[in-house]
Design a protein around this ligand. Structure first.
Ligand SMILES: [Zn+2]
Ligand SMILES: [Zn+2]
Length: 144
């Protein structure tokens, strides 16, 4: 067992109205550079955690969550009081919920492991780390 990591890590929105718990282990953590994430979060890229749906529980403020259908297969939920962008869900992987790492209260069980949709990235933010750079149609193919 990886005892050095907490089993449950809590998180929430800016106003604190929406609170949730992600139970470790997570499936993935990475930086998404797609234009939808960029606009939705107002940031150069979004660092996502992916976790099994059964391991993401909304503890408070479910009534504050508003779901925006951002594509044919995906939705993004935000706090209707403070506007924080929270969960991203897709019918392509219905058993997984994506949660922004920035909205967690503390460290999770892993560090970001790759850049995805890297070829869609903002030109104004240099990326200098050595993490794999993935892109293409799926966002997950190796790019130069
Ligand atoms: Zn809020
Ligand atoms: Zn994205």
């Amino acid at each position: 067992m990886m005892a050095e990591h907490p089993r449950d890590v809590r998180g929430g929105c800016l106003c604190g109205g929406v609170r949730f718990t992600v139970t470790m282990p997570t499936l993935f953590c990475g930086h998404c550079h797609c234009s939808m994430c960029r606009r939705n979060h107002g940031a150069a890229y979004v660092t996502w955690i992916a976790a099994p749906r059964s391991q993401v529980v909304v503890d408070a403020g479910a009534d504050l969550l508003t779901r925006y259908e951002s594509s044919e297969h995906g939705s993004r939920s935000f706090c209707s009081r403070c506007g924080s962008s929270l969960f991203c869900e897709s019918s392509r992987h219905p058993d997984v919920v994506d949660v922004p790492l920035a909205n967690m209260d503390g460290p999770i069980d892993r560090l970001p492991e790759s850049h995805i949709y890297f070829d869609d990235r903002a030109s104004w933010t240099p990326i200098a780390d050595a993490l794999p750079r993935l892109g293409g149609a799926s966002g997950l193919e190796p790019v130069k």
